[in-house]
Ligand binder design. Sequence first.
Ligand SMILES: O=C(O)CCC(=O)C(=O)O
Length: 296
Amino acid sequence: MEDPVRALPPLSRAEFARRGFVVLRAPIISRDYCDLLNARLEKLLRGEYDVPGGAPDKVPAFRTETRTKPGKKPPPLGGPSSRTLQVINCWKADAAFAALVRSPTLGRAVAEVMGWRGARVANDQAWGKPPGAAALTFHRDSPYFDFVPAAVATVWIALDAMTEELGPLEYVEGSHAWGDGRVGSAEQFFDSRDPTALLYDAARREGIAAPEASLVVERLDVPAGGAGIHNGRLWHGSGRNRSRTQPRRGLGIHFVPADARFRDAENGYETLAHRFRDPSGGNALPDHAFPVTWTM
Ligand SMILES: O=C(O)CCC(=O)C(=O)O
């Protein structure tokens, strides 16, 4: 399949270094391609894959048809629900997702802003927020990828036109430069009781006394096909989908430098990615599971 990503405008490395993200407001993929991916996401949620022998690495339990009237098309994402649906590694199961995730244009853009010699896909994550879906806790991406070097960059592509009501992604400007410290677990993404608790904690450790009032937060309220690229150290999260009817869908693609390797697991802790470690390959990331999509 050819690269579905349009030619990108020049990206400012200085802006990316300062803010920790850049916003691509003009769509980088067509509306038709967004529609195609949204239709394919429905298939993935129902276990229908078009890559022979392929499957995503994680698909949430999904029982929409039990709530659909016979003869009626099921509503997107199964209709209203407080639960956000996350599918990991759609590209392994679906050719349309694969063409986007493996886009050399995206690999190049990420390598350019991060100053890498090449880019490798660590994983993709489709985020489906049905009407009513809860907020996602503010977090950083990099702690979830146990590689050396530890650099991570994420491209997040809107598959629906984002409005404030739908709970678009939100970036905390400059927070990629904050120190390390306590990080959340994967389960905490979905714990919406206090989505900013970890963020405000981290901000206070940086000496920001009143984070509620002083953090600069940019909402990714882009049209369908618009996107953001963020440094994996940047704090980000998203609000509740307050719409009663509109689903809110997007695809996050996480990249690491082409020469990234597994870090030896400490205390036996292994990430999802460690499943794909080939014992005969040492710490190398196998290309079939972590494709290099662009090199200099
Ligand atoms: O779609 C969201 O709200 C969360 C996405 C996210 O955290 C990511 O792609 O890193």
